[in-house]
Design a protein around this ligand. Structure first.
Ligand SMILES: [Cu+2]
Length: 502
């Protein structure tokens, strides 16, 4: 019943605008890839908030020449104002915007530097990032750098940083300690500000990484619009309070119908996938191409692995190695629960397509520098309990029996290794996020827990317990909250302390 409500209420509240391409989840006898092609998944050409998607032709290796840059397909990158090596400096302004997600769907939203998603920030591990942020909204905001292990007063925590008021500015300045795929978004009224368009990708390069033929940043999102194409009112429905805001339009890099990419057989790419939705767990597969998982929230894995289905909770990132071993259309497919009659069924929706040209070539397997396994014995235990109750404004989400607790939930010493037990006492799932630290999920056989690699967000299914091993190495006051932004707004957000080592 809960699953049905979570899916059907938002979907029936407005137009269903998914570009559905078939309802074969791949488990039936037919080749799901064929059904995708048969149904004409080719999306119409549409303006795409990205530069030229064409891939560079291979260049002969000349010993003395600097290697050509790897072509990036992504939301338009930020301009670095500082030519010096080691410093990436940019202006970032949040303002109201008319957000255009397709040729016939535009709504009043918000944007960073006038674009949705905001500009992609590129830097190299060890660089200093300097962001001159200006708030041109009519409400306060901050910028949170999701996943970056930076000082707590630069983290956008509105309990530490006085939120940036309308018309005011603030300069964020910090060093990037880890390579990987991250993102940025507000931490004030984030359920509205993120949904309206304030989010962007951060790519922190590792010079030791292999060079693929191209990289693609794929920011996956959904938005909930009403029958007139405006954003549906926020937190007004019981399903939205209970399950979070599930959109009825899927977006890839801000577009309902992203422009197809181009590649040819024999090429290998790196895809950086980011789930910026308010609440929707993305269940993904790649069809008509090979996929290996090579990185997670915290960067490189100890060893790449393959999987048929990838569960990406909101807030999480995955780096994928994609190899084209046949010509035709390769798809990133999102497996979406939809209502059919009085049943919820899974529908395969192509959220990104790459047209692969024929060539007589075999894609190589790239050699990724492996992160050494972390061998630290846990030396402290902690537990967080998640529940729901009725409050004066509607539902209240609680951590350890408190809604929006102001006292720290937990206190640790820098360098400790924490066995953190996350107990979900209610039905809806919680993608739980720790700021400023990484952890690993302790596997127990369920797909949600069979996710190797360093994480900052973990999916805790309804009425179940997930244990993580957290490495609390970054001292400060840090937020701990559910990344279903409605749950966070309705109380499921607190703090923990990491005392600095002597
Ligand atoms: Cu939650």
């Amino acid at each position: 019943m809960i699953r049905l409500a979570s899916v059907c209420a938002p979907l029936t509240a407005a137009l269903v605008l998914f570009a559905t391409v078939g309802c074969d989840d791949g488990s039936a006898g037919s080749d799901p890839a064929e059904s995708l092609d048969d149904l004409g998944t080719s999306v119409p050409d549409a303006a795409f908030a990205a530069p030229d998607g064409a891939l560079a032709e291979p260049v002969d290796a000349t010993p003395d020449a600097a290697p050509p840059p790897v072509p990036f397909v992504e939301p338009a990158p930020a301009t670095d104002l500082d030519a010096a090596d080691g410093i990436v400096e940019l202006n970032l302004t949040a303002s109201a915007a008319l957000v255009s997600v397709s040729d016939d769907l535009r709504y009043s939203g918000l944007a960073y530097n006038g674009q949705v998603p905001g500009p992609t920030l590129h830097a190299t591990v060890g660089d200093t990032l300097v962001v001159h942020f200006t708030n041109d909204l009519d409400e306060p905001t901050t910028v949170h750098w999701h996943g970056l292990r930076i000082p707590d007063d630069m983290d956008g925590n509105p309990r530490i940083q006085h939120p940036v008021q309308p018309g005011e500015s603030f300069t964020y300045r910090f060093t990037l300690p880890d390579a990987g795929t991250f993102w940025y978004h507000p931490h004030v009224r984030s359920n509205e500000q993120v949904e309206k368009g304030l989010y962007g990708a951060i790519v922190v390069h590792d010079p030791a990484d292999p060079r693929p033929d191209a990289e693609r940043v794929l920011i996956l999102d959904d938005v909930l619009v009403d029958g007139r194409g405006a954003l549906y009112p926020f937190l007004t429905s019981h399903p939205e309070q209970m399950h979070g805001r599930h959109g009825n339009v899927l977006l890839t890099n801000g577009r309902a119908e992203p422009e197809p990419g181009e590649a040819r057989v024999g090429q290998v790419e790196r895809w950086r996938v980011i789930n910026t939705a308010n609440a929707r767990t993305m269940v993904l597969s790649v069809q008509r191409a090979r996929m290996r998982v090579v990185g997670t929230d915290g960067g490189a894995l100890t060893a790449p692995y393959t999987t048929d289905r990838l569960l990406v909770a909101v807030g999480q990132r995955y780096d994928l190695e994609i190899s084209y071993d046949r010509a035709g259309a390769a798809h990133l497919v999102s497996h979406v629960p939809v209502v059919e009659g009085d049943e919820v069924v899974e529908q395969a929706v192509s959220v990104y397509k790459v047209n692969v040209r024929a060539a007589d070539a075999t894609p190589p397997e790239l050699e990724w520098p492996a992160r050494a396994p972390i061998e630290r014995e846990p030396d402290v235990d902690a537990e967080l309990r998640f529940a729901v109750r009725n409050g004066p404004r509607g539902l209240e989400w609680t951590i350890n029996e408190q809604a929006m607790p102001m006292e720290p939930l937990m206190t640790f010493e820098q360098g400790q290794t924490v066995t953190l037990t996350l107990r979900n006492l209610a039905g809806p799932e919680h993608p739980f996020h720790l700021h400023g630290q990484f952890f690993e999920i302790v596997p127990d056989g369920r797909p949600e827990t069979e996710q190797p690699g360093l994480k900052d967000t973990v999916l805790v299914p309804g009425l179940s317990t997930v244990t993580v091993r957290a490495y609390v190495d970054n001292p400060g006051r840090w937020m701990a909250h559910c990344h279903i932004l409605e749950h966070a707004e309705l109380g499921m957000m607190g703090e923990f302390i990491v005392n600095p080592a002597e």
